[in-house]
Design a protein around this ligand. Structure first.
Ligand SMILES: [Zn+2]
Ligand SMILES: [Zn+2]
Length: 294
């Protein structure tokens, strides 16, 4: 016989906030997540209370009860953490600032897609920037301090790029990388500069529910397509070089984008590396409908 409680769901973001505004409750989530990573998906009341360090069992029970609205569950007399609880623990770690490496700016081996000059990496106010002296920020991305811990700035830049592209890859397929909600992609996004090439137009990627939203150029969206990444890898280019290498996808000699139809919008991108080309066909939601290489 399985006794199962704690299958309630968090009613609203405000409810979640009020539940989490307590040190003991955060301690419970941290201990249950640690237990899970040690191979214990559940802990008995007394063991959990001992680990969190609360003496009063009535008070401890009160806090467990609060967390039972979505963050923890009880099964066969043991408490375990649920996915929303794990997300809280991950957010705590990502926001925790560790040892400062003392590094505030560093030279990168990556190049500005506009002029080919080396980019400078900097980290300030929870954002990582890749700057060109002449062309300004080529990438600015929200990066929690926990990401910087134990990494050099150039390692951090690689981490940010990988995370950005894998997030864009999910969002392009309709999945929010932050809240699991639904995303939409509009392209080409209307910009004020009518002189711009169609291929240089931006896209608008947004989550229908949370804060996630980006306006990447269409070419950057293409850099998130796994087959495009594979094509670059086959030609000896790392992930960073897709955007910031001598044969950047942002370069019109390397990547041509043509609008095929306007209502609905469809497009074909042709990427040329060495003697090879890769054609990527995109539908109205910027999803890949066909790939062909020569
Ligand atoms: Zn530049
Ligand atoms: Zn979202």
């Amino acid at each position: 016989m399985t006794e199962e409680t704690g299958t309630d769901y968090i009613g609203s973001p405000e409810d979640a906030f009020s539940v989490l505004g307590d040190e003991t409750r955060l301690g419970i989530l941290l201990e249950l997540a640690q237990a899970l990573s040690d191979g214990d998906p559940g802990l008995q009341f007394s063991e959990l209370r001992r680990r969190v360090g609360v003496e009063d069992s009535g008070r401890f029970n009160y806090h467990l009860d609060k967390l039972s609205d979505g963050f923890i569950g009880k099964r066969d007399g043991e408490y375990g953490i649920r996915t929303a609880g794990l997300a809280v623990v991950s957010a705590i770690y990502s926001g925790t600032y560790g040892a400062d490496t003392g590094e505030h700016t560093a030279e990168s081996t990556w190049l500005c897609p506009d002029c080919g000059d080396p980019l400078t990496i900097s980290y300030e106010r929870d954002q990582l920037f890749l700057n060109c002296e002449e062309h300004g920020a080529q990438l600015g991305y929200p990066t929690p301090p926990g990401a910087y811990q134990g990494r050099s700035l150039s390692e951090l830049a690689t981490v940010v790029l990988k995370r950005t592209l894998s997030g864009v890859n999910l969002a392009r397929q309709g999945i929010c990388p932050r809240c699991w909600g639904a995303t939409t992609v509009d392209y080409p996004r209307e910009t004020e500069d009518s002189e711009e090439e169609w291929a240089d137009y931006e896209t608008h990627v947004s989550c229908e529910r949370c804060w996630y939203g980006l306006e990447p150029p269409l070419r950057i969206l293409l850099a998130s397509v796994p087959s495009v990444q594979g094509f670059y890898t086959e030609h000896g280019h790392g992930l960073g070089e897709i955007i910031f290498g001598p044969q950047s996808i942002a370069n019109a000699d390397t990547c041509q984008v043509a609008c095929e139809t306007t209502d609905p919008v469809t497009a074909t991108a042709t990427i040329a590396l060495g003697d090879d080309t890769l054609d990527v066909e995109l539908d109205e939601n910027c999803r890949v409908t066909a790939l062909s290489s020569e």
